[in-house]
Design a protein around this ligand. Structure first.
Ligand code: MG
Length: 408
């Protein structure tokens, strides 16, 4: 029997984004596994959960019992779910899938049933401070072979997702606000259709375009924007409503034919179910480590298949190459794969994580090495410590002009 002998967290930021990777060591010499536990706004809390709680609870367990380890570790806190504990759990869970693949001599996608496609088509981001800057970036992506591009443009003089937020000006209600910390929902929903009008004019109709609201507008504006964007034939309309307002998807569905993607802020499989059961969305896009890792995510993919909902797993820069490999394993085996969000790696990330999945022809390609087929150079990882930050990675407040908080 092969047992867990050590569980540790590795913190690294090769692209200046805080990543947490969990390493599980075993009683078999040289056999280790890696899992993604990246919650970039609270990484140190995840490290504490791994090192102080999961490691002592799981050392000595049989590595082959992934499901039981998942269930027992999750219930060991009595109160469960939530992004900190789920990321800690994901780190261990994905590492155990890596180990199982290495033991079997198979990539994880083979453990899950085998490939049903050659590669996973991705969408990338074009995010500018103006409409022209955004469309220029999109043009560049298309010239580089991408077929799916997400467009985000800032309202002039305001903050928006995908552009820089001023981390050092943590505006209070009465305090000074900067353009980077102010966001007007009504201004934004007036601008977004213009962005797509210009984009269709300049880029044509063959490229697939996407848009992410990042849950920053009230439900009635999210529904209006869905209707206003309809003429531009989006591939999907992402995270238009926050998890607290999902009942409004019924109205959005009745009033618009725009394809709907949702789930980035969900923190459990069960939270997704009302939208799936009522077929109120077209794409599920949870962040795998935020719902607890590969074990719950593969169940979610299969449930969605039964309801005709496609997958579009969250794939931002704050997802380690191990997390991306887990996304890709599901992409490879799911008949209901839709699209994969992807953020191309910089050279430092490729160096810290030897074996990263290749990006070419607008797709990411699986390697056929056992497990995730990706290692970590721990000595090099240490050369990229978490960057200095006024509140350790936490987000600053974004406010409306009257000082009220804008809730994502
Ligand atoms: Mg998003």
């Amino acid at each position: 029997m092969t047992t867990i002998t050590n569980i540790s967290s590795i913190c690294t930021a090769p692209a200046d984004i805080r990543l947490v990777v969990v390493k599980v060591e075993t009683s078999e010499p040289g056999l280790t596994g890696l899992g993604c536990a990246t919650f970039t706004q609270r990484p140190l809390a995840v490290v504490e959960a791994v090192d102080k709680y999961l490691a002592p609870f799981l050392i000595g367990r049989n590595v082959s019992e992934i499901e039981d380890i998942y269930q027992s570790a999750q219930l060991s806190s009595y109160w469960r779910e939530g992004p900190v504990l789920n990321n800690a759990l994901s780190g261990v869970d994905m590492a155990l899938w890596d180990i199982k693949g290495k033991q079997a001599g198979m990539p994880v996608h083979d453990l899950l049933g085998g490939k049903c496609r050659k590669a996973a088509r991705v969408y990338v981001h074009a995010s500018g401070n103006s409409i022209d800057e955004t469309v220029d970036q999109a043009q560049q992506h298309i010239e580089n072979g991408f077929t799916h591009v997400r467009l985000q443009s800032a309202v002039p003089g305001q903050s928006t997702y995908g552009t820089n937020t001023d981390l050092h000006t943590h505006a209070t209600i009465d305090g000074p606000t900067t353009p980077q910390n102010v966001f007007g929902p009504a201004d934004y929903v007036r601008l977004a259709p213009k962005l797509f009008e210009v984009a269709r004019d300049r880029l044509g109709w063959e490229v697939e375009l996407l848009h992410d609201v990042h849950e920053r507008v009230p439900p009635y504006l999210a529904i209006q924007l869905a209707r206003d964007l309809e003429p531009y034939r989006l591939f999907f309309y992402e995270d238009a409503l926050p998890p607290e307002e999902i009942e409004y998807f019924r109205q959005m569905r009745q009033q618009s034919s725009i394809p709907i993607a949702m789930g980035e802020l969900f923190v459990s499989l069960k939270q997704c179910m009302p939208l799936i059961e009522e077929r109120l969305i077209d794409y599920i896009r949870v962040h795998l480590s935020m719902i607890g890792g590969m074990t719950p995510a593969r169940k979610l993919a299969t449930i969605c298949e039964a309801f005709g909902i496609r997958t579009a797993w969250h794939g931002p820069g704050d997802c380690s190459p191990i997390g991306h490999a887990a996304n890709l394993a599901l992409d490879m085996v799911s008949p209901n794969f839709g699209i994969q969000e992807f953020t191309p790696y910089n050279q430092a990330t490729l160096d810290v994580f030897p074996g990263c999945n290749n990006l070419r022809d607008g797709c990411i390609w699986p390697n056929d090495r056992p497990g995730w087929g990706i290692e970590i150079n721990e000595a090099l990882a240490k050369e990229f410590p978490f960057p200095d930050h006024p509140y350790n990675g936490a987000w600053p407040a974004i406010r409306d002009r009257d000082g009220g908080i804008i809730r994502p």
